[in-house]
Design a protein around this ligand. Structure first.
Ligand code: DHB
Length: 330
């Protein structure tokens, strides 16, 4: 008899075949739930509404501060992004390079420890020697007011100056007016999208910076992970089947891109896609969204270290702490 599972997440392209029924999971009658904003899924998982769900890495890791941590993860990474491109500056603030950030006021999207900015802050510290305690931080929404996402109490480390933007104030506007000097944000500020000359990227040539970062580190930053509720952690066969389903969905989408790049198929209509695909293939090989621990270990260890260094974890967690044990050899 099939096991009923409620699985929740964003319908990102590499998981979409599960959500739209192109791929099914052996032995599972799955109900897939999504939401227009991914943080609603995070909240739902923390409230116990799902069996398996996509969780922001920081939400997942903070749950390990509980005496009895509620979740373990499968090494499936539904959302990734390079992050140098997520740092914006006011063009009159005198921030030309990361070294200009100390002493400046920096906006931070949603909460001080959001998934994207943990990566950015860590990279700035590792690669440029710039640490969060050297700046002032203002947390808020970039283009829209946001509700509080702080469902798991988030520590702000000693010695780091963090406060919230005034009610109704938007970080994108504050960056354009010069009230803040820089901004770390997943969504580009609206004024930047509209062509404002008062906002620029800290790394204007971000594609080559991010390609170089990947070439050197092997890290394609993971934002989110797939978490499993405690009652299922021992059900290894069931979880292996779920993992295979996610892997099959990803392979289906990658296959579609491969065919698109060969022009054998009309799945991909984007112009000059083949050239981008070839360039990416040279960098990543055949699988640019690897699942499993081995292919992601360096990145995960790095994120765990950043989470600890930034005062968000009480102790330095390891892959052995956070993954379902049976998946440590993936
Ligand atoms: O999409 C978001 O709103 C959002 C907010 C905070 C996070 O840590 C995150 O990963 C996503």
């Amino acid at each position: 008899m099939n096991t009923k599972l409620t699985i929740a997440g964003g319908s990102h392209e590499q998981v979409a075949p599960l959500f739209d029924g192109r791929v099914t999971i052996d032995g599972v009658d799955a109900t897939f739930e999504s939401a227009p904003v991914i943080t609603e899924i995070f909240r739902g998982m923390l409230e116990g509404n799902y069996d398996i769900a996509e969780l922001g890495l920081t939400y997942f890791l903070r749950s390990f501060d509980h005496a009895d941590p509620p979740f373990k993860a499968l090494p499936i990474f539904p959302a990734r992004n390079f992050r140098h491109s997520s740092v914006f500056v006011n063009t009159a603030a005198g921030v030309q390079t990361p070294k200009d950030l100390p002493g400046k006021t920096i906006g931070d999207f949603a909460l001080w420890g959001n998934d994207a900015s943990v990566w950015i802050k860590g990279i700035l510290a590792d690669e440029h020697g710039v640490t969060p305690d050297q700046s002032r931080w203002v947390v808020g929404g970039t283009n829209h007011p946001i509700p509080s996402f702080d469902w798991l109490p988030q520590p702000v480390p000693d010695g780091v100056d963090v406060h919230h933007a005034a009610d109704g104030a938007l970080l994108g506007d504050m960056l354009e007016s010069g009230e803040i000097d820089a901004l770390m944000t997943v969504d580009a500020p609206q004024a930047f999208m509209d062509g404002s000359t008062k906002i620029a990227r800290l790394f204007p040539d971000y594609e080559s910076v991010e390609r170089d970062y990947y070439r050197r580190t092997g890290i394609f930053p993971q934002m989110h992970i797939v978490a499993v509720r405690p009652e299922l952690i021992e059900q290894t066969d069931l979880l292996k089947s779920v993992y295979r389903g996610f892997a099959e969905a990803k392979e289906l989408v990658q296959q579609q891109y491969r065919r698109g790049a060969l022009k054998q198929h009309m799945d991909v209509i984007t112009p000059w896609f083949s050239q981008l695909f070839d360039e990416n293939r040279k960098l990543f090989g055949e699988d640019w969204w690897p699942y499993g621990l081995a292919a992601n270990r360096t990145a995960i260890d790095t994120f765990l270290r950043y989470h600890y260094e930034q005062g968000l974890s009480k102790r330095l967690l390891t892959a052995e702490d956070i993954f379902v044990p049976e998946f440590l050899d993936t």
